[in-house]
Design a protein around this ligand. Structure first.
Ligand SMILES: Cc1cc2nc3c(=O)[nH]c(=O)nc-3n(C[C@H](O)[C@H](O)[C@H](O)COP(=O)(O)OP(=O)(O)OC[C@H]3O[C@@H](n4cnc5c(N)ncnc54)[C@H](O)[C@@H]3O)c2cc1C
Length: 311
């Protein structure tokens, strides 16, 4: 293992939140090191068009947006470290960031490690991800104007996605594995979705197979109660079965909620000097621009913290 990288502010994560924090912290004159982790660029590396990030009149490709963000952070002086953080330890009034090859020693930390959508995990789902299958209705609903789509899930996020999709799609079917009594969504969210004329629920229903050629064309579903299978033509499917925040290395240090999201007040975590930004602390908005916004806030909060310590 090499000597630790010394920085004022250590940022963990290279998505919109991490890069935004790096831009603000570096521009404020602090020494910044950003650990990019297993997926440099974050979730937007897996998407094609980003149409709702402010400032790009014609939209921008996710990987292009993230490459520009990295270059902006580097131009302002942030050092990008191509390694993954495995833990954080409090030491001598600062923090040791543990990593396989390139650990760090920093005075303040911004955790911006994002979250990953949970997928069903079937082969045909993987094949059609980005080809009609999405995990973000707010991001991709717009591309399904006048189309037939499905939502898979029974919780509030699935109902929220269903309601979002009613603005665009011609019709929405919602596949729920259990029966109606086992809906996890709040009553008000469920009823709003159920009572919409474009929406139809299929209970006791699991997707057996996603079908199509280059794009998804239909799904084969199975009724869990009767075993009966049927094929339903569709243009898109939104998987809304939850997200997992990337907090495993930090759970012993900072307080997290029951879903594993870091608990924050603003961007402050339960540990003074450790801040969190982006999807890792946000189960509600989960957008690139909100992540960049909280990344900015975390950097400003870290700056205030360091000033308070006299740095
Ligand atoms: C397919 C898809 C399409 C989307 N489309 C849009 C869209 O059109 N518009 C929109 O606004 N939003 C969109 N989103 C949502 C958006 O991508 C996220 O809200 C945003 O990327 C969250 O940013 P983040 O910085 O919090 O985390 P992420 O983008 O998830 O980045 C997390 C970063 O943390 C790093 N990391 C994780 N663990 C560690 C570790 N232990 N050590 C070091 N680094 C670590 C990862 O390598 C990664 O770089 C989309 C999401 C998906 C999946």
């Amino acid at each position: 293992m090499s000597e630790p990288i010394i920085a004022d502010i250590g940022i963990i994560g290279a998505g919109p939140a991490g890069y935004s924090a790096a831009v603000y912290a570096a521009r404020a004159g602090y020494g910044v090191a950003l650990w990019a982790g297993p997926e440099p660029g974050g979730q937007l590396m897996t998407t094609n068009e980003v149409e709702n990030y402010l400032g790009f009149a014609e939209g921008i490709k996710g990987p292009d947006l993230m490459e520009q963000s990295r270059k902006q952070a580097e131009r302002l002086g942030a050092k990008i470290v191509w390694d993954t953080i495995t833990g954080i330890e409090k030491k001598d009034g600062g923090f040791v960031l543990q990593a396989e090859k390139s650990p760090g020693s920093v005075k303040a930390v911004v955790i911006a490690t994002g979250a990953v959508a949970k997928w069903l995990g079937t082969e045909s789902e993987t094949k059609f991800r980005g080809r009609g299958i999405s995990a973000c209705a707010t991001c991709d609903g717009f591309f399904f104007k006048g189309k037939k789509v499905a939502v898979i899930g029974a919780g509030d996020v699935a109902m929220e996605d269903t309601n979002t999709l009613t603005q665009y799609a011609e019709s929405i079917v919602v596949f729920v594995r259990g029966d109606e009594n086992k809906m996890k969504a709040s009553k008000i969210m469920y009823e709003r979705a159920k009572n919409h004329p474009k929406v139809k629920f299929y209970f006791n229903t699991e997707v057996d197979e996603f079908l199509g050629d280059t794009m998804i064309k239909s799904v084969r579903v199975k009724n869990n109660a009767t075993g009966e299978k049927q094929e339903i033509p569709l243009d898109g499917v939104f998987i809304a079965i939850g997200h997992k925040p990337n907090t495993d290395p930090f759970r012993e240090l900072v307080e997290c909620d029951e879903g594993g999201y870091i608990k924050v007040k603003g961007t402050e975590t339960s540990v003074p000097g450790v801040f969190a930004a982006g999807d890792v602390a946000d189960k509600v908005y989960r957008q690139a621009i909100t992540s960049a916004g909280t990344g900015c806030m975390a950097a400003l909060d870290a700056k205030r913290w360091l000033e308070h310590l006299g740095h």
